[in-house]
Design a protein around this ligand. Structure first.
Ligand code: AMP
Length: 505
């Protein structure tokens, strides 16, 4: 019986002898190994009582076995629920209590402290999985059969729940169906021209949509291969570029690699495609990358709830600072955030999307789900953006990061772009901080280049001729680095918290 997404993967798989994953230690897993290994784990899950629709929560370090576990869940009809490795036991308690998984798989080192947490949340089974094929799960899998009768799952059945990072309020579980994942990955295979000849450098975490679905599902459905790195490692990535063809990364990958003297045209000559997403790629980084390597980074835009929405073209202009066109089958519109009415061409508004990529709603939050969809089925992304006359979408920031000062809207990216262009500036973040007279005060946090002699007055002075007075930062602070999460997103909420009392009288 077919498990929709896994069935698609199997039908498109190359010969069983073909390598899917190679690790830096030289471990290789073939497509045949994927099939047999995922069957073994699916048998273990079934033996633990996992029924179709049950959740399997997973907080483990990155390893090929974690991928086998993901595939095993698809085959057993379970809902794969990966959790960020940085979550603390208190946070895990919330997720387990909310999702009520049948099985929780954690790192062997955390077993002791998480067993009690799991028991308190009513989880029946705790298994462990380490990075050296160690732990109770691989142990049990060794003894299990390497064939498994896949559970019948259709396109609308759930394949995964991914909790959003939850920068405001409770973290929400985005329910993703087999077809949400399959349709998007198939689109990306075509749009980005993935084939069996592709070898991807994979250095992203696999608890997040980018590393798990965008990278993994696309390569699986193309029948390609991956170098599987535990994390960003510029030296190693540059070495691997000789044998790889593509890389998917967050902007931090690109800025780090640019700092490496080994990044040259010669070093990247075997590569055909560099993709960036999950956070804004500075136009400056885009240009520097092209100058150093001759490759234009392809920037795309997506989110946990929607998979990928837009992409710069494979052929044609990959525009710095833009996230490209709606992907085939995906509708994107710019709407008035309050009324939902479509905005005039070129105006800034809420980015709304509809298509087979859009999730089924938030786990056990029907009201929250309803409030984030328009009556005609468009999902309100929370990102503000515009579409230019050529159809390119650009993002100007998150709705909640918009600064409203003295009744005027200030889009942080406009101020950030001006500050970033000043000599001596590496990057900047602009936030709104509570202000007794203005509601919010525009506040800039700047990273300057080593040895740059730049002070607050100079930054404000330089902006005066470029920006309307209400947009000028009231204060400018210098920091060594901006707070970022693992996906490279600047944590504006953390900045707002740091400076919250700044303008208090
Ligand atoms: P996540 O659900 O963690 O993948 O975060 C999704 C959010 O990341 C989106 O709603 C955007 O705010 C942001 N994002 C993703 N890709 C881009 C991009 N290329 N440029 C700017 N922001 C992006």
């Amino acid at each position: 019986m077919p498990a929709y997404l896994y069935d698609l993967i199997s039908r498109r798989a190359p010969s069983p002898a073909k390598v899917f994953i190679e690790t830096p230690e030289g471990r290789k897993l073939t497509y045949g190994d994927l099939h047999a290994g995922s069957a073994r784990i699916a048998n273990v899950l079934r033996a633990r009582g996992v029924e179709p629709g049950d959740r399997v929560a997973v907080q483990v370090e990155k390893s090929p076995e974690a991928i086998l576990l993901y595939l095993a869940c698809l085959r057993a009809g379970a809902i794969f629920l990966p959790l960020n490795t940085a979550y603390t036991p208190a946070e895990i308690e919330y997720f387990l209590g909310d999702a009520r998984p049948r099985v929780f798989v954690c790192d062997p080192a955390s077993r002791e402290k998480l067993t009690a947490v799991a028991a308190a949340a009513g989880v029946a089974h705790v298994e462990t999985l380490g990075v050296r094929q160690d732990g109770s799960l691989p142990e049990a899998a060794k003894a299990a059969a390497e064939t498994f009768a896949d559970v019948d799952r259709g396109p609308d059945d759930l394949a995964a729940i991914l909790y959003t990072s939850g920068t405001t309020g409770r973290s929400k579980g985005a329910m993703l169906s087999h077809d949400n994942l399959a349709s998007n990955a198939l689109t990306l295979v075509d749009y980005w021209r993935f084939t069996q000849d592709d070898v991807l450098i994979h250095a992203l975490p696999i608890y997040h949509t980018h590393g798990l679905f965008v990278a993994m599902n696309t390569l699986l459905l193309a029948g390609g291969s991956m170098f599987f790195l535990p994390k960003l490692d510029a030296d190693l990535m540059l070495k691997l570029m000789d044998r790889a063809t593509t890389m998917m990364g967050v902007p931090t990958f690109y800025t780090r690699l640019l700092q490496h003297p080994g990044l040259t045209r010669e070093a990247t000559k075997n590569m055909r495609l560099f993709v960036s997403g999950s956070a804004p790629l500075l136009a400056e980084t885009h240009r520097e990358w092209t100058a150093r390597t001759g490759h234009a980074i392809l920037e795309r835009y997506g989110m946990t709830e929607t998979n990928m929405n837009t992409s710069n073209p494979y052929d044609g202009d990959r525009v710095p600072g833009a996230v490209g066109f709606p992907l085939p089958g995906v509708s994107v519109r710019i709407a008035n955030p309050e009324t939902g009415a479509t905005m005039a061409q070129g105006d800034i508004g809420m980015i709304e999307v509809k298509g087979p990529n859009v999730f089924k709603g938030y786990w056990q939050m029907p009201e929250k789900t309803a409030s984030e969809f328009r009556p005609d089925g468009f999902f309100i992304t929370g990102d503000l953006g515009r579409i230019d006359e050529r159809g390119y979408v650009s993002i100007v920031g998150r709705d909640k990061d918009l600064v409203i000062t003295g009744g005027f809207n200030v889009y942080p990216i406009e101020i950030e772009t001006e500050i970033d262009a000043l000599p001596g500036v590496v990057e900047s973040a602009v936030v709104g901080v509570q202000h007794p007279d203005f509601g919010e005060g525009v506040t800039a946090v700047v990273v300057k280049k080593k040895d740059a002699a730049l002070d607050e007055g100079q930054v404000i002075g330089a902006l005066e001729s470029r920006l309307a007075k209400f947009k000028l930062p009231k204060r400018v602070f210098f920091v060594d680095e901006l707070p970022r999460n693992t996906m490279g997103k600047v944590q504006k909420a953390a900045l707002r918290a740091t400076y919250k009392d700044l303008y208090k009288k």
